[in-house]
Design a protein around this ligand. Structure first.
Ligand SMILES: Cc1cc2nc3c(=O)[nH]c(=O)nc-3n(C[C@H](O)[C@H](O)[C@H](O)COP(=O)(O)OP(=O)(O)OC[C@H]3O[C@@H](n4cnc5c(N)ncnc54)[C@H](O)[C@@H]3O)c2cc1C
Length: 476
């Protein structure tokens, strides 16, 4: 029986899982409609032969406590423009998400690769890349500009740049094993097994700082460039685990993209493609097979019988959108035109924010900015950082785990029976793609353990090879 309650804030789940090899008949319920829940639904439908019949009248149901799907994929609207408030950039080698976008026919946009970055130490910009060229500059000028920027970075950070790149490429190469065909890729019962199989486990045992020192990076690169990136992407220092750190560094590479109109459309489209029954603003009391697709660290869910998972803290990222103008005096400058468009910060106690980036320039006096910080920025502080503020929107995200090496992972199968936890994988690294990889494995576990009839032959998994080429992507 399935009892439904409408509740936005407090949800208590009393989960009565089926026996290990129970009948496949009945509902499969997924808690959470973010990219983890929606991709679990998608893979369940995609890898099963006729899911509706296999569930003998049961349904694939997705429960979402909020009024909208997407979870940490969400947009805010300022001056009629939509901006990503949560997960915003996608790496070109994130094959699942790339395939989702292609399959769903979503238009994508790519970012410029020549951000005007300034590294702020609380008193001055210790390093800056070149100011961007005016729009409409020739291809040759743009190439020359990119070359000069590379030389500038090379001059300051030397061979450490190449060593950092090698570190990231090595991680990516191992991560790509998760796209191997199903016949050569086991279904994993634990995150540890997943990571050991791909050769990524050791990276979760030590800090990024330790890994990079071993990789031969000099301390200036770690203190400045690497720190700036980890603070932007995970709101944390280089004491995060090596794997989360490598994923974070990959997020500074070129070719990053996003879904035009908002990445949340991935979740909405996948749920539709899976033909899932969506229950918005609903919690559940009693379910059969359940997939938990939300971090359990801050939600009010009670399990019966109780389950035990290792404690994990979520790192809160306060995302503050400001329409207005930065105050040059705050940065010791005389003109706002001298403030870099992406301000990254070093790990120093008196710096109140992790980063500030220009999202849109309406004029030289009117821009929209996104500020990341670890704590709420109150009005008086914002009034020091900004000389004018027309609009301010604040979001306090329980954004990603607070990474601590060596990482400890909650089980994927929470009760040893039919209760699955996708977001245990976030302790390895939190991103849209890692969510999809974890969701795919959970879907395969459910199919194997219920059991459900798998789709014939190469059908399951082959969809990855049908992904469009890079050049099919419009640069919008
Ligand atoms: C500020 C920020 C920036 C980020 N930047 C990037 C980036 O650039 N690139 C990238 O790849 N990733 C990024 N991430 C990480 C990425 O957004 C997440 O890893 C990913 O979206 C997590 O998806 P999820 O489905 O696992 O969880 P969520 O998106 O959190 O979804 C969980 C859902 O479950 C719902 N829920 C919770 N409890 C219940 C309940 N009891 N019943 C029903 N529903 C429930 C929630 O309302 C939510 O909708 C960023 C995250 C943040 C916050």
């Amino acid at each position: 029986m399935l009892l439904l309650h409408r509740s936005l804030f407090f949800l208590f789940l009393f989960l009565l899982p089926l026996p290990l090899h129970g009948s496949a008949a009945g509902d499969i319920c997924i808690v959470g409609s973010g990219i983890s829940g929606s991709s679990t639904a998608f893979f369940l439908a995609n890898y099963t032969s006729d899911l509706a019949t296999a569930l003998s009248g049961g349904r694939l149901r997705v429960f979402e406590r909020r009024a909208k799907v997407g979870g940490r994929l969400a947009t805010v609207t300022i001056a009629g423009d939509q901006f990503e408030a949560g997960g915003s950039i996608i790496h070109p080698r994130n094959l699942h998400v790339r395939c989702f976008a292609d399959l769903l026919g979503l238009a994508v946009k790519t970012g410029g690769d020549d951000d005007w970055l300034g590294i702020w130490d609380g008193e001055r910009f210790v390093f800056q890349t070149l100011r961007p060229l005016p729009p409409g500059s020739s291809r040759l000028r743009r190439k020359l500009h990119a070359l000069l920027n590379s030389l500038r970075l090379l001059k300051r950070y030397g061979l450490s740049l190449l060593k950092m790149d090698r570190f990231v490429q090595d991680m990516l190469q191992r991560f790509m094993l998760f796209y191997n065909g199903l016949e050569s890729r086991p279904v994993f019962d634990t995150v540890e097994e997943m990571l050991k199989w791909s050769g990524l486990y050791d990276l979760t045992r030590r800090t990024l700082q330790e890994e990079l020192v071993d990789a031969g990076l000099n301390s200036q690169t770690v203190l400045e460039l690497v720190t700036v990136i980890t603070r932007i992407n995970y709101g944390q220092s280089t004491s995060i685990s090596g794997l989360a750190g490598a994923v974070s560094l990959a997020g500074s590479e070129s070719g990053l993209w996003a879904v035009k109109g908002g990445n949340w459309q991935l979740a909405a489209g996948l749920l539709k493609a899976a033909n899932a029954t969506l229950h918005l603003q609903e919690g559940i009391d009693s379910v059969e097979t359940t997939v938990v697709a939300t971090p359990l660290d801050e939600v009010d869910i009670t399990f019966s019988p109780p389950i035990s998972i290792p404690p994990r803290k979520m790192q809160h990222t306060h995302t503050t959108f400001v329409r207005g103008l930065l105050n040059p005096e705050f940065f010791g400058l005389s003109s706002v035109l001298d403030i870099p468009e992406l301000i990254g910060t070093m790990e120093l106690p008196d710096i109140p924010f992790s980063s500030i980036s220009v999202l849109k320039k309406y004029s030289e006096e009117d821009m929209t900015y996104k500020v990341f910080s670890r704590v709420k920025l109150d009005d008086s502080l914002l009034d020091q950082i900004f000389s004018t503020r027309k609009e301010t929107i604040r979001i306090n995200w329980p954004a990603y785990p607070h990474y601590e090496a060596p990482e400890v992972f909650a089980p994927i199968i929470l009760d040893g029976k039919q209760l699955y936890y996708v977001n245990t994988f976030e302790s390895a690294a939190s991103a849209m793609e890692t969510s999809a990889v974890a969701a795919e494995n959970v879907a395969r576990l459910v199919i194997a353990r219920l059991p459900l009839p798998p789709r014939d032959g190469a059908g399951a998994g082959a969809w990855l090879s049908s992904a469009g080429d890079d050049d099919q992507r419009a640069d919008l």
